[in-house]
Design a protein around this ligand. Structure first.
Ligand code: HEM
Length: 416
């Protein structure tokens, strides 16, 4: 029995987790004045950890594995069953190399170009509208760019519905009830559609460039030199398309930050080279997206006097680590300039996971930053718009976080 680790006195904290949302682990870390505590979630013991050293521990693959750690309800909505997020060891490394091979500088530059074209086309549409709802619109334009980049055909009739299915999977992760159910059916529909498409590619009925994600998923060979099951190939293709569409949340957060901290509009216009990257990094740090990550203990070990027992579920506090006052000066302030002196360590700015890209850290982090830089360029420098009265509060108990209004803009026009 572990005497040292603070324990939350609770039969089960699953309901408290839904209520506290992003703040669940962080709040208890503050209350117990500890970067580690023990609780019970979903009927089992869980150890919650946060901060830079905890992140470093969490990414030690000799101590933690993902297999068996990701609840089926998350796999059936957000990730896909048995996809890359659940793999360990050699199987994971091999699959991850395939994902990372899609992210060369050249391929990212192609994405940036396609994305800029979609922003241009969207702005032409927006100029004809009185009001634009930025979340839905950016979801669609990101989906169009994602499909073109990944070698997936776009059908004008269904494009909006398919884009919405991608965000429905993300919307589902922190929900119970209808929002969760909608994400599951969106996933079923999307997997069935793309499974058919993978089979068509294999049968030679469609041709796509070899450097696209569709080609990679259709023809990737596993460690035993076998093709992925067509359903699994579809699931991994969704693991490219869905998170690109999810950058729509960050586009909204960029717009919110520009609206709430308008002094940066001038700073971005005056010295863009300097501020753009800082602003994007600060948006990723400051606004909530991933609440925490889970893994399971491979074998008993002790860390700083705390015992970790084989099979225990361990949650790493992502939101709290990106808001940790021990790591970030005035952590609850939006302050892009903080990145002037950031030492770019792999375990502090972890909105998309930590460690190296050979581990589980997000394969799409560079693409996300590039896409946010494009969005910021349009929002701050290329268009003008009004922001009418609306509810822009972000509730930490809504996971994923999104303002009620989805960010409405009026009278969008190109800057002269
Ligand atoms: C993994 C966040 C965008 C592809 C992850 C992880 C997080 C994350 C927290 C898990 C890290 C871990 O398990 O340790 C985000 C956020 C994004 C984003 C907040 C912003 C929208 C993207 C994009 C792509 C992508 C654009 C692809 C184009 C992946 C993949 C994994 C992953 C394939 C699994 C990596 C692995 O298990 O090895 N992401 N991501 N993500 N992300 Fe992202």
């Amino acid at each position: 029995k572990n005497g040292q680790t603070p324990q939350e006195k609770t039969l089960d904290s699953s309901l408290a987790l839904l209520k506290d949302g992003y703040d669940f682990i962080f709040k208890r870390r503050r209350e117990m004045d500890s970067d580690i505590f023990q609780t019970r979630l979903l009927g089992q013991k869980a150890i919650c950890i946060g901060g830079k050293e905890a992140a470093e521990l969490f990414y030690d693959t000799s101590k933690f594995q993902r297999s068996g750690a990701i609840p089926k309800r998350i796999q059936k909505s957000l990730f896909g069953v048995n996809a890359i997020q659940t793999l360990d060891g050699e199987a994971h490394r091999h699959r991850k190399m395939m994902f990372m091979s899609l992210m060369s500088r050249e391929r990212l530059d192609v994405f940036i170009e396609l994305l800029a074209e979609e922003w241009e086309a969207a702005i032409l549409r927006w100029e004809e509208l009185e009001e634009v709802e930025l979340f839905g619109e950016s979801t669609e334009l990101l989906y169009r760019a994602a499909c073109r980049w990944a070698g997936v055909p776009i059908d004008e009739e269904t494009v909006r519905a398919k884009a919405e299915d991608m965000s429905a999977m993300v919307e589902a992760f922190g929900a119970i009830g209808p929002r969760h159910a909608a994400g599951r059916s969106a996933r079923r529909r999307t997997e069935e559609w793309l499974e058919g498409y993978i089979m068509d590619l294999r049968a030679g009925e469609f041709k796509v460039f070899e450097e696209t994600a569709a080609y990679a998923m259709a023809f990737h060979r596993d460690l035993k030199d076998r093709e992925l099951d067509a359903r699994m190939a579809a699931i991994e293709l969704i693991n490219i398309l869905r998170p690109i569409v999810a950058i729509g949340y960050y586009v909204v957060f960029n717009a919110m930050a520009l609206h709430q901290y308008p002094e940066y509009k001038e700073k971005l216009a005056a010295d863009e080279g300097k501020y753009r990257q800082w602003f994007v990094q600060e948006t990723r740090r400051y606004y909530p997206f991933t609440p925490f990550l889970g893994a399971s203990v491979i074998h008993d070990f002790t860390w700083k006097g705390h015992e970790f027992e084989k099979g225990t579920m361990v949650l790493l506090d992502i939101y709290g680590t990106t808001h940790d006052p021990k790591l970030w000066d005035e952590a609850d302030k939006f302050k892009p300039e903080r990145f002037e002196h950031w030492d770019s360590g792999p375990f502090d700015l972890i909105p998309q996971g930590g460690g190296g890209y050979d581990g589980h850290r997000c394969a799409g982090e560079w693409l996300t930053i590039d896409a946010m830089r494009v969005a910021l360029e349009y929002l701050a420098n290329r268009i003008e718009y009004e922001v009418p009265e609306q509810d822009l509060d972000l509730s930490l108990s809504r996971m994923p976080a999104l303002p009620e209004s989805h960010f409405v803009m009026k009278n969008v026009r190109r800057k002269p």
